[in-house]
Design a protein around this ligand. Sequence first.
Ligand code: ATP
Ligand code: MG
Length: 424
Amino acid sequence: MANKFQMPRGTQDIMGEDVSLWLQVEDIIRKECEKYGYQEIRTPVFEHTEVFKFQNDSSDMVTKEMYTFTDSGERSLTLRPEGTKGIVRAFVEHKMYGNTAEFPYKLFYMGPMFRYERPQKGRYRQFHQFGVEAIGAKSPLLDAETIALGYDITRKMGIKSVQILINTLGDDESRDRYRTALKDHFRPYLPELCEDCRRRFEMNPLRILDCKVDREHPSFASAPVSQDYLNDSSREYFDRVLKALDDLGIPYVIDNRLVRGLDYYSNTVFEAVPVDAQGQQAAVFAGGQYDGLVEHYGGGQLPGVGFGMGLERMISLAREEGGIAPEVRETDAYVISMGNVGSYALKATQMLRDEGLKAETDYQGRSLKAQFKASDRVRAKVLVIIGEDEYKNNQVVIKNTESKEQFTADFDKLVETVKGIVGK
Ligand code: ATP
Ligand code: MG
């Protein structure tokens, strides 16, 4: 039996220097979002199950991967498996749809998501997503800008290997035609396909193309592609998205088989994958344009476009490519005390902190050797040494750990002197 005092399968403790990677990534994301006019929204980590579970939703995420539980008030709640649905729920609940001057309403989110999946590299049960939604406008330009934002963030993180795969599902009419074509194509092969595909066949045949079990089945290679079923306006829309990407200098590859998981996408769908990606664990961000979602929550017929980005995958890729590195811990000053100096050392430490310096001290009357070791561990640039003589004379001994220079200074001059040495 699993040890109950260990983290649950598929979760991680993020700690030590790794935290600095997360802070860097979050910082890059916030700055980029600000440039593009996105505002942060923080929705609950759990919602009523109905927010996530649509009738006829055939996605693995909804049918197999949700963490759903009943609370003590007999409500069915679900830990959010993705960001979009909660955001659109909030958009409608707070009547943001009335604020048409703000359209497209640009919202971003960042935080933990939960899916019951088989854990492996880049796939966890608790993972972190950043994502954006631009709601209330529909335009090839907005689709292209959304892709540009995701792409910019990968570049800012020092990831060079990411490629944008793009496809279009077309509008309702085009998608209906495509669905019919897919059904006609797959019908004879149904007995050979997996149980999920047989279910998808009835609920949303587009999703068969997303199947990870049957993808090598010969019927997949010969399946019809969405491009062949577009009506004129859908084709023109897609061409304008591609033209905008060309103008912005964003490299992409058209992938006729890209359909994307969630059922509410229409028109543009995209995925960013590392160029040498092997297998399907690789997409770092993915999204698309959607039409019916706001209406689903009771907010009228408003379109949207967005993506979700997996931060664990982004961080590991950025590290592999040398884009970001953990920051080493540094301290400006470590205050060492010897003998009976009361709270004099702590007072010195606080004075340094008050002036914006990073300062540490000893609390346990440890040996000199132990305190030197501690100051090394936090990479202190300056040592402030206080013994009983210094205490009596209102002085401190200051040592520059780099030049090894050491001298005595008045207590009043402590902050000024340390600042001078660390250059702050
Ligand atoms: P996949 O095909 O890899 O299962 P998905 O289609 O389920 O992906 P989305 O729902 O589009 O993924 O989520 C957007 C992004 O979130 C993905 O591109 C990926 O980077 C990340 N992501 C999704 N599921 C996980 C997970 N279980 N662990 C870590 N990251 C994930
Ligand atoms: Mg998935």
